[in-house]
Design a protein around this ligand. Structure first.
Ligand code: NAD
Ligand code: UFG
Length: 341
């Protein structure tokens, strides 16, 4: 019997790619999602890609009783917890909602796990918990000082998980701090489908390339970087998905808690990403320079050594593959899953 894993937020961008990787390696994902920021169509696509009948429960993670019921009904033995709100700007305007979903939601899930005897949780955290870099590359012992409410909800959820694990509750955790996930599965069937105007660089570029938006605004050309634009550590979402499998195996196999960065260790500037995308898509991508975006920093990239040593994982795909696969998805699905944005 395949082992059942509860995947909260499994219909979302990273969650759907991780479900695909789980099924390919013989696990049985059980998706729990409200579809607040995703579409049931993502699950239909996953079903047709894998020929697997993925159970889906439209349940809010803040509903502890419903979480318990799902865990019990499907005999879930572990949890990968993606569900949450993730827009930095929105987190400033809607801090209460962000703390409710990201912190109370995680609390509710931990409570349900404890009641149902589900012991292992992998948590989606973010490089945003580090805040402004004081040294590069960023290793896991870098000071934690998030600069926005979203980042603080992620850090609070991390601490909550750690405190619960070191209490009498029988819980083990793997906390994964993602750098900048981009790209899509090579099938072109699933991908990132932001609601409204994208906040992040790659989906914005893709929408300009496909003709949905007129031009990209490049935020700042006066950073002290190679070409004056911001530098980030972009990581292919399929590499990221595989990292979740290695993390799950490690956690279930060894009952050892860990916190690891997931990045490539290499930074690219906005203009380098723009050039790479333009070259793989064959489309010109008009852009205009503007002021720096409030809260942005010049350069962020990971030290990925711990992930390699602890999980035996490293990112395999480079910027060209990230752009190629993001474009494959965007070109085949110019209006996203539901075609009505
Ligand atoms: P996403 O929005 O595509 O996926 C999140 C999913 O959670 C969505 O399907 C949404 O409908 C669901 N959801 C939201 N609130 C819920 C609730 N109360 N109950 C149940 N489901 C709910 O986001 P993503 O990019 O796939 O990110 C997944 C996780 O990774 C998030 O926790 C995010 O904070 C974290 N993360 C993302 C990035 C990134 O750049 N994409 C970077 C670092 C960390
Ligand atoms: N950028 C532009 N124009 C845009 C969007 C972005 O020039 O329209 C620039 C930004 O200024 C930055 C770079 O592209 O220099 C990357 O920006 P993103 O918004 O794609 O990514 P961030 O690094 O700002 O933040 C992302 C997520 C956060 C997460 C962080 C670290 O949005 O939630 O990565 O994982 F915390």
């Amino acid at each position: 019997m395949r082992k059942a894993v509860l995947v909260t937020g499994g219909a979302g961008y990273i969650g759907s790619h991780t479900c695909l990787a789980l099924i390919r390696e013989g696990w049985r994902p059980v998706v729990m999602d409200t579809f607040a920021n995703s579409s049931p169509e993502a699950i239909s696509r996953l079903r047709s890609l894998t020929g697997s009948d993925i159970p889906v429960c439209q349940v809010d993670i803040r509903d502890t009783e419903a979480c318990r019921q799902v865990m019990s009904q499907y005999h879930c033995q572990s949890v990968i917890h993606f569900a949450g709100l993730k827009a930095v700007g929105e987190s400033q305007a809607h801090a209460l909602e962000y703390y409710d979903v990201n912190v109370n939601g995680t609390h509710s899930l931990l409570k349900a796990m404890t009641c149902e005897g589900v012991r292992h949780i992998i948590f989606s955290s973010s490089a945003t918990v580090y805040g402004e870099p004081t040294k590069l590359p960023i290793s896991e012992d870098h000071p934690l000082d998030p600069t926005n409410p979203y980042g603080r909800t992620k850090l609070t959820a991390e601490k909550l998980i750690e405190d619960v694990a070191s209490s009498s509750a029988d819980i083990c955790f793997g906390i994964l701090r993602y750098f900048n996930p981009v790209g899509a599965d090579q099938s072109g069937k699933i991908g990132e489908d932001p609601k409204g105007q994208p906040n992040n660089l790659m989906p914005f570029i893709a929408q300009v390339a496909v003709g949905r938006r007129e031009y990209l605004t490049v935020y700042g050309d006066d950073y002290s970087t190679k070409d004056g634009t911001g530098v980030r550590d972009y990581i292919h979402v399929s590499d990221l998905a595989i990292a979740h499998l290695r993390a799950l195996e490690k956690l279930v196999g060894f009952d050892e808690n860990f916190v690891v960065n997931l990045g490539t260790g290499r930074g690219y500037s906005v203009l380098e990403v723009l050039d790479a995308f333009s070259s793989v898509s064959g489309r010109s991508i008009p852009h205009r320079f503007n002021e720096r975006r409030v809260g942005d920093v010049a350069t962020v990239y990971a030290d990925p050594t711990l992930a390699r040593n602890l999980l035996g994982w490293k990112a395999e795909l480079g910027l060209k593959e990230m752009c190629r696969d993001h474009w494959l998805w965007q070109e085949a699905n110019p209006l996203g899953y539901d075609g009505e944005h």
